[in-house]
Write a new protein. Structure first.
Length: 515
């Protein structure tokens, strides 16, 4: 056994070779009791792949002491301890004295019962315990010591008894029986890892030992990139829009003129949303150009549109009495960080209004966008000065409000959001306007999932749409569904400089239609 001789020095593989040189076969659990199963297996695989050893795995059971068994091995059985305590007290002991002497009530309780049965102790006339024999043999303690040392278990009957008394338990031991292999040697030969030009030239490849391939080695860690949760949720929204026949709008500009962000949308110039407290204004350059053509084949009459917008705000037009205030062109040319992607929708709708299909009308259209917007808000757990909007518009003749509600059922239904509820709301550019709510099973309440409406004729007719064109519009934030999906309560964990990269790397994939 290895415990009698000190183990040979060196790594485990060479220790195995040296031990095997003395004795073959060898049992790993006996020869290398200090090495773990995994270490032994790795060393053996290394040697076996070079045919230096052959091994097989053997499983067997060993008996090991339970805590109470250990206690008995160290201090003796309960009955023996009771006997020993009484043997040294000539006049016998009361139960209380006995408990004091042993210091464990439980040991006294069990021990005295058994000691009586073995006739090791008896009672005096005045009810004290006393020893009834000169000496005893503590068989249980001896059994525990034998098991502890040999780890082999006693005959079946005793084994069952000791297990029942919770003194020992069986443990599965896996070890290896190791034999010398056909290429056994005391050392692993020097091995080449690559075939070199030199080896071919000199012919040394013929005799060289090559390191075997280790097909079980795990590859190097791949430092792959990770998509941010917002990107994952955005991909899901895009998929739904594409499925429903939408085109994506180009949203690649953060700066807009007030004209597209507000005036085109019939937001009056006194509207609180246009205040400095709500909107970030750009100081340099100070003003935008008036809306104008951007290519020679752009034949739209931007000037007429500009005048229409002015007229509908200031004096009223298209059957509307307007807001009746002096509309300022300079105000509409101030530059802003766009406060909503509806600025892009307005621009796209204006372009659409100028197109003519075979019937002489603008063709029906479905547009969407998902991009960043900016609001001058004080930052808290659910608000940032920048966030992302998901927005869609649908334009066609004679659309109805019922059609909008049906569309929302289908659109949000694709995300698993059902039983929608609508609440009347106000947007300067839509009439009617409705907030959309859905019952969230996880949160157990109605949550607002979006804002919607039908764009006003003041906005659409100024662009040149026929009076019977109706346009649905709706928007929601990308952050809100993402926070709900990922169970995030503070938006700063999702966006901004406090985001933990590990959170991004470890975020699971997302499906909007699955819980
Ligand atoms: N622009 C709105 C918002 O900021 C969303 C919306 C878009 C509402 C289109 C109606 C129509 O919330």
């Amino acid at each position: 056994m290895a415990s009698s001789t000190s183990p040979p020095s060196g790594d485990l593989a060479s220790r195995i070779l040296q031990s095997l040189d003395q004795t073959s076969p060898l049992l790993s659990s006996e020869a290398f009791p200090d090495a773990s199963f995994v270490e032994v297996k790795a060393a053996l695989d290394r040697l076996a792949s070079r045919d230096m050893v052959i091994y097989d795995t053997i499983e067997r059971e060993e008996a090991v002491l339970e805590p109470e068994g250990e206690q008995i091995a160290a201090n003796g059985s309960h009955e023996a301890r009771v006997f020993e305590a009484l043997r040294s007290a000539v006049d016998g002991l009361t139960v209380q004295d006995l408990e004091k002497a042993i210091g464990d009530k439980n040991v006294v309780k069990i021990g005295q019962g058994k000691a009586f049965k073995e006739k090791w102790i008896s009672k005096t006339k005045d009810g004290k315990f006393k020893a009834a024999q000169e000496s005893i043999k503590d068989v249980t303690k001896e059994q525990m010591l034998t098991i502890k040392e040999t780890r082999t278990y006693p005959d079946a009957k005793l084994l069952a008894d000791l297990k029942k008394r919770k003194l020992i338990k069986m443990q599965k031991i896996i070890s290896f029986r190791i034999h010398k292999g056909p290429k056994f040697a005391l050392k692993i030969p020097e091995e080449a890892t690559d075939l070199t030009a030199d080896m071919i030239a000199t012919g040394s490849w013929k005799t060289a030992a090559f390191k075997p391939y280790n097909f079980k080695a795990s590859g190097a860690d791949q430092r792959s990139g990770a998509l941010h949760p917002l990107n994952k949720v955005r991909a899901e929204f895009r998929q739904i829009f594409f499925e429903m026949g939408f085109e994506e709008m180009p949203t690649d500009k953060f700066v807009e003129s007030g004209f597209w962000n507000f005036d085109a949308l019939y937001v009056p110039q006194q509207h609180p949303a246009r205040d400095l407290q709500d909107t970030f204004y750009i100081s340099d350059p100070a003003a935008a150009d008036k809306p104008r053509e951007t290519s020679p084949d752009d034949k739209k009459d931007y000037n007429a549109y500009w005048e229409n917008v002015k007229a509908v705000h200031q004096d009223g037009k298209y059957g509307s009495i307007g807001y009746r205030y002096p509309w300022s062109g300079d105000e509409s040319l101030r530059l802003v960080l766009r406060t909503h992607t509806t600025a892009i929708s307005a621009n796209m709708l204006y372009k659409l209004a100028a197109r003519r299909g075979p019937d002489g009308r603008p063709p029906p259209a479905r547009y969407f966008s998902i991009d960043r917007v900016f609001r001058n808000e004080s930052v808290d757990a659910t608000h940032l000065a920048e966030f992302h909007q998901v927005e869609g518009v649908i334009a066609d003749a004679n659309l109805t409000l019922g059609g909008l509600m049906e569309f929302m059922d289908i659109f949000f239904g694709k995300m698993g959001l059902t039983d929608l509820k609508y609440k009347p709301a106000y947007n300067p550019y839509t009439e009617p306007s409705m907030e959309i709510f859905s019952y969230h099973k996880g949160l157990g309440k109605l949550i607002e999932i979006g804002n919607s409406g039908m764009f006003r004729p003041e906005m659409l007719e100024a662009m040149g749409f026929p009076p019977d064109t109706r346009v649905y519009g709706w928007g929601l934030s990308l952050e809100r569904p993402t926070m709900i999906k990922y169970g995030i309560s503070n938006i700063r964990e999702l966006l901004g400089h406090k985001v933990d990269l590990k959170f991004v790397q470890n975020s699971p994939a997302v499906r909007l239609d699955k819980d």
